[in-house]
Design a protein around this ligand. Structure first.
Ligand code: SF4
Length: 368
C-alpha cells in the first residue's frame, strides 16, 4: 500500500512552488495559506507573498498593514497576524532560524497540531503523520470507519491509523501523497478507477464508498442583515480600522453594522454612524446589496452613500471633521478614493469601494 501510494505521488503529485526546495518558511506559509483556500488561489497568493516577503527576515521586518494587505481576499485574517507574530518570535527567540523541534513549532502563534505535523514532516522529514480533512476522508474509506470523522472516537482511530501506515523514512512524501490523493482522487466524488489504493480499500470492496465518511451534524447557517455607509466630505472618504480582535481585525472599513429587527436599512446606517463615530449623517446614494458568506454566516450587506448632515465640531489639520467618538474601531482616517487601494479591507467593503470608485481609482488628482 505504501509503495503504491508513493509511486502514484511520484508520478501524479502536482508541481507546487513550495515543493521545489522544501524550505521551512515556504512550507509553513503554504500550509497556513491553504487552510480554507482553494489550491489555485493559494498558489497565486503564495507567489505574490514570496515576492513581497521572500524570507523570514523580510516578513519579520514588515508592518502589520503590509502583511494584512498582502493577505487581503484570503479571509480569516488572524492567520496573517499570526504569521507576522511567529516570524518576529523566530527572529527574536530562535536567531531567525525556523525551529525543527515539534514542541518549538507548536509553540509558535497560529500553529496547531495539524500544521505542526505538516511542517515537522514536510520541511524537516520527521516521522509524524498529518491528518487534514482530505486524509481523514481517505482513511475513513480505506479502513471503513463507521462514525463521523470528527467524533472523538473516530478521530482518535484515524490518527492512530495515519501513524500506523506512515512509510518509514518517507514521511515527507507519504503525508503529501495522502493529502494529494484526497484532493485529486478520493474527493467528494471518488474516482476509484484511478486510485492507487483501490486494491486495499475496504469501502470499495464492500461497495459502500458513498457511505463513507459517515456525515457529521451540519452547522446551522445564520442569515445576517447588515448595513454600511460610505461617508464622503471635501473629496475624501471616511474609513475606520477594526479593533484587532474578532473577524477582520485590523482591517479598514466603512462604518456600519447589523440592522435591528424591524428597522429599515437606511435608518440603520444613519444610526450606526452616530453610534460608531458620533457623526450625524444623511443618505445621498443607494449602492445596492452585496451578498457574501463566511464560516456559517450568510450576509446581506445594504450599501449606501452618506454625507454629514451638519458639522460644527473640531477639524484636523487638513480641515476635515474629527469624529467625536470611535466605538467600533482602533483608528480612523479620511483618505482620497485612490488611497483605498493601499488599505487592507474585508472583501465585501473592497467590492463596494470598487463598485463606487473604480473609475477614479487610478486618477489620484481627481476629487471624489
Ligand atoms: S478506492 Fe475509491 S474510496 Fe477507496 S481510497 Fe481510492 S478513491 Fe477513495
Amino acid at each position: 500500500m505504501q509503495a503504491a501510494l508513493l509511486d502514484w505521488f511520484a508520478a501524479h503529485g502536482r508541481d507546487l512552488p513550495w515543493r521545489r526546495r522544501y524550505l521551512p518558511y515556504e512550507v509553513w506559509v503554504s500550509e497556513i495559506m491553504l487552510q480554507q483556500t482553494q489550491m489555485e488561489r493559494g498558489v497565486a497568493y503564495f507567489r505574490r507573498w514570496m515576492e513581497r516577503f521572500p524570507d523570514l527576515e523580510a516578513l519579520a521586518a514588515a508592518s502589520e498593514e503590509d502583511v494584512l494587505h498582502a493577505w487581503e481576499g484570503l479571509g480569516y485574517y488572524s492567520r496573517a497576524r499570526n504569521l507576522l507574530a511567529a516570524a518576529r518570535r523566530i527572529r527574536d527567540e530562535h536567531g531567525g532560524i525556523f525551529p525543527g523541534d515539534p514542541g518549538a513549532i507548536a509553540a509558535l502563534p497560529g500553529i496547531g497540531p495539524y500544521t505542526t505535523a505538516a511542517i515537522a514532516s514536510i520541511a524537516f522529514g520527521l516521522p509524524v503523520a498529518c491528518v487534514d480533512a482530505n486524509v481523514a476522508r481517505v482513511l475513513a474509506r480505506v479502513f471503513d470507519v463507521d462514525e463521523p470523522v470528527k467524533e472523538k472516537g473516530a478521530a482518535a482511530r484515524i490518527a492512530a491509523l495515519a501513524a500506523e501506515i506512515l512509510t518509514p523514512g518517507r514521511a515527507r512524501e507519504h503525508n503529501q501523497a495522502m493529502m494529494e490523493l484526497g484532493a485529486l482522487i478520493c474527493g467528494r466524488k471518488p474516482r476509484c478507477g484511478a486510485c492507487p489504493l483501490a486494491d486495499f480499500c475496504l469501502s470499495r470492496h464492500l461497495g459502500i464508498v458513498h457511505e463513507r465518511p459517515v456525515p457529521g451534524r451540519r452547522a446551522d447557517v445564520v442569515a445576517l442583515n447588515v448595513v454600511t455607509g460610505v461617508l464622503r466630505h471635501a473629496g475624501h472618504v471616511f474609513v475606520q480600522k477594526r479593533c484587532d480582535r474578532g473577524a477582520w481585525g485590523g482591517l479598514w472599513e466603512f462604518p456600519g453594522g447589523r440592522v435591528e429587527p424591524g428597522e429599515e436599512p437606511a435608518r440603520a446606517v444613519v444610526r450606526e454612524h452616530a453610534e460608531e463615530t458620533g457623526f450625524a449623517v444623511r443618505i445621498t446614494d443607494d449602492y445596492g446589496i452585496i451578498r457574501h458568506g463566511y464560516t456559517t454566516y450568510r450576509v446581506t450587506l445594504h450599501c449606501f452613500g452618506v454625507e454629514l448632515a451638519a458639522w460644527d465640531g473640531p477639524r484636523d489639520a487638513g480641515g476635515l471633521p474629527v469624529p467625536p467618538v470611535l466605538t467600533a474601531a482602533s483608528a480612523c482616517r479620511w483618505v482620497r478614493p485612490h488611497e483605498l487601494q493601499t488599505l487592507a479591507m474585508p472583501a465585501a467593503h473592497r467590492k463596494l469601494a470598487d463598485r463606487i470608485f473604480a473609475p477614479v481609482l487610478d486618477e489620484p488628482g481627481r476629487p471624489a
